[in-house]
Ligand binder design. Structure first.
Ligand SMILES: [Zn+2]
Length: 494
């Protein structure tokens, strides 16, 4: 395989540039994971899908990937979007809520949502990370790092906590463009703590012997700051300098800025040379929020009967570097496209058994299509072009369907397997139980009505045939007629 450049936008240098690895063809990559106090929403997953597609693309061009994607299972504060967060602890708040009544304590709550998160991860067919460290498993290293930062003069202790001294790290602000001057002026409402020497300083450790999750440290009972957790986990699994770090655009400041300051102050080395951030997601043109009633979790959509791979397809159909509008129509189209790819795979598998002994007519057509998809992914994850290439291949395969030769079928199958390894949209890598919200009898009734409609059409009773189609459409069942017969899908609605 010829060496390919893998070009990705880098937030730090504000340009698309080739991804460089310290070790040749070995990508060491860190992704900020969720804080597990509730179900992750589809906006969170869009950002994890960017990371998943980076891993898949790197592997497709022959790289080895070591990918750490953490779980933040220490409660962080509801105002995490300011440098030194204030407000309530997210997990304590969740424990006091209605859902919280199901748990005996905050540890159980974190464990429950961690498991649910992993389930959703698999349902959306994201690649398993090499390691999925939990913040609570690395508190010792976080305490050691905090002590080290005090020793080096980058941090100081007060009666309420240990703070990172932002003015000890002149490069603070290099990722997000937030200068220290701006931070001090209070671009955002930075928490005021009389013990802090500078309002921009952020916490490495909060002293709190009432906190539901607390550990003993040289600074007394308390819990770590959010940012130091990722610094320590990235360093533990990937070394002092990473090749790539990703997150959602809301992680850029303060979280990633603080990670850089802590890591570089600790090691004296560059923490990471390449930063990828996924832009935000809207639903039907509006900001997703619990109060607007358009807040979607993966499991919520699956419960509405929407197929997980269709959700995946829809979420990756917009490029990560632009805000994405998740719509009803987008989901419907995604479902139809997944169906096309799956039909192509079914046809290829059938023709492998029953096909003729003719020549391979597909390899020469499908290979350049796959190369086109891979080129698009190497060009800053251009998923819209890559998905169009996948569909172009499916169309070629579906044209001949089961009538293709065995040799053509082998090439078709190879194409679909490679497309699936790259984009994860043909079939799931996981052996998961089938998830249909409706059970057999309903499906049998729909199949029965379709048979009745076909019989009506044959008898030229078009009024009855139309009546049946309308009946099913009203129930959200969409019919698709083709020479091979009629198929149906449940039309998703958000
Ligand atoms: Zn992080």
């Amino acid at each position: 395989m010829a060496d390919r450049a893998f070009r990705l936008h880098d937030t730090m240098s504000r340009q698309v540039k080739p991804l460089q690895t310290l070790e040749p063809k070995h990508l060491r990559f860190y992704t900020c994971g969720p804080t597990v106090y509730s179900y992750a929403h589809i906006g969170n997953f869009r950002s994890f899908l960017t990371a998943d597609l980076i891993v898949r693309t790197a592997r497709a061009i022959g790289w080895k990937v070591t990918w750490a994607a953490n779980i933040t299972d220490v409660g962080h504060l509801t105002e995490d979007d300011v440098a030194d967060a204030g407000g309530e602890d997210k997990m304590e708040k969740a424990l006091r809520s209605k859902d919280g009544e199901n748990f005996n304590n905050v540890w159980e709550l974190a464990e429950f949502y961690t498991e649910k998160f992993k389930e959703d991860w698999q349902r959306l067919n994201l690649t398993e990370p090499t390691v999925r460290p939990k913040a609570t498993q690395h508190v010792r290293e976080q305490i050691l790092a905090t002590e080290e930062l005090i020793r080096k003069g980058n941090a100081y202790e007060t009666p309420t906590g240990v703070y990172f001294k932002v003015d000890s790290f002149p490069a603070y602000g290099k990722l997000s463009g937030n200068t220290q001057e701006n931070l001090r002026k209070g671009v955002r409402d930075v928490v005021q703590d009389d013990n802090k020497r500078d309002s921009a300083d952020f916490a490495l450790w909060k002293k709190d012997d009432k906190h539901l999750m607390q550990w003993f440290s040289p600074f007394g009972w308390g819990f770590p700051g959010w940012h130091i957790e990722c610094t320590v986990m990235a360093r533990t699994y990937l070394g002092d300098t990473l090749d790539l770090h990703s997150g959602g655009e809301d992680n850029m400041f303060p979280h990633h800025e603080c990670e850089i300051a802590q890591s570089e102050a600790l090691t004296g080395k560059t923490f990471c040379d390449h930063w990828v951030h996924t832009r935000w997601l809207q639903v039907n043109g509006e900001k997703m929020s619990k109060s607007s009633g358009n807040f979607y979790t993966v499991r919520g959509l699956i419960e509405k009967g929407i197929e997980p791979l269709a959700i995946r397809y829809a979420l990756i159909s917009g490029v990560y570097g632009k805000p994405y509008n998740f719509t009803d129509q987008g989901l419907i189209d995604a479902g139809g496209n997944v169906d096309r790819l799956r039909r192509a795979l079914t046809a290829a598998e059938a023709a492998l058994l029953t096909g003729t002994d003719g020549p391979d007519e597909l390899a020469a057509i499908l290979e350049p299509i796959y190369e086109g998809a891979l080129d698009a992914m190497c060009d800053d994850l251009n998923t819209s072009v890559a998905l169009a290439k996948a569909l172009e291949g499916a169309k070629v395969i579906n044209r001949d369907g089961e009538a293709m030769s065995k040799a053509s079928a082998a090439s078709a199958q190879d194409f679909l397997h490679k497309i699936n390894a790259l984009l994860g949209i043909v079939s799931s890598d996981y052996d998961l139980p089938a998830e249909t919200s409706d059970s057999g009898p309903d499906e049998a009734r729909i199949d029965g009505l379709i048979e009745e409609r076909n019989a009506a059409k044959q008898a030229k009773d078009f009024a009855r045939a139309d009546e049946i189609r309308k009946l099913l459409t009203d129930e959200g069942i969409e019919l698709r007629d083709s020479p091979e017969g009629t198929t149906w899908t449940r039309k998703p609605t958000l």
